[in-house]
Design a binder for this molecule. Structure first.
Ligand code: ADX
Length: 198
């Protein structure tokens, strides 16, 4: 089968003018309980309040719809990230600041998401490592999942019985064991501001 592609007549420049900023993907990766969702929710709210067009894609939500057919085997996680990587790329191409908050434990999958964005030739991709030691995440255990994982009720749990491959060269690292939510959000907003201005 031969595939064809149509070329949009609206490009990055026109969309940037329309939105007041370019679209981009801010990709937050980290263990469960590292703070991805908390930081992302606050970031989304702050960006929109400041007149930016921002939208959060969060693992826990996307898995209710688009990815409702996927579980947590390595293959399913790869497919989860493949789909959300493509969706994030399209949304960023449309001009949105996409905050993607997924454990995304595999380096190769995160680099595929980066490649999906790069393929579009417009929006940029920024990997943010939301970093906290596993014992800190486990002590927080906001959803009680670590406890379930330890007792064997939840198999293939990231950090306990499934791997997490930390980023080797993230654009930004948020050490949430020492930074509070507010400081993490401020750091990220400052990073974004620098990027959106340059
Ligand atoms: S990913 O690994 O495929 O990127 P994703 O970010 O979409 O994961 O979903 C993670 C969320 O699913 C966690 O925040 C947690 O609430 C829930 N979850 C359920 N089972 C697991 C599991 N085995 N490992 C990790 N997270 C799980």
């Amino acid at each position: 089968v031969k595939l064809f592609a149509v070329e949009h007549r609206v490009g990055l420049e026109a969309r940037t003018r329309l939105n007041g900023h370019p679209g981009l993907v801010l990709w937050l990766t980290g263990l469960s309980g590292s703070g991805k969702s908390t930081i992302s929710l606050e970031l989304e709210a702050r960006l929109v309040a400041a007149g930016r067009h921002a939208y959060l894609l969060d693992g826990d939500n996307v898995r209710h719809g688009l990815n409702a057919d996927l579980g947590f085997s390595p293959e399913d996680r790869t497919e989860n990230i493949r789909r959300v990587g493509e969706v994030a790329a399209l949304m960023a191409d449309a001009g949105l600041i996409v905050i993607a908050a997924f454990i995304s434990p595999y380096r190769a999958d995160r680099s595929s998401a980066r490649a999906a964005v790069a393929r579009l030739n417009g929006p940029s991709f920024h990997e943010v490592h939301v970093s906290a030691p596993i014992d800190v995440c486990e002590a927080r255990d906001p959803k009680g999942l670590y406890q379930k994982a330890r007792s064997g009720q939840l198999p293939e749990f990231t950090g306990i019985s499934a791997p997490y491959e930390p980023p080797e060269a993230p654009e930004l690292t948020l050490d949430t064991a020492s930074l509070g939510v507010d400081a993490a959000v401020e750091t990220t907003l400052a990073y974004l501001d620098r990027h959106l201005r340059s």
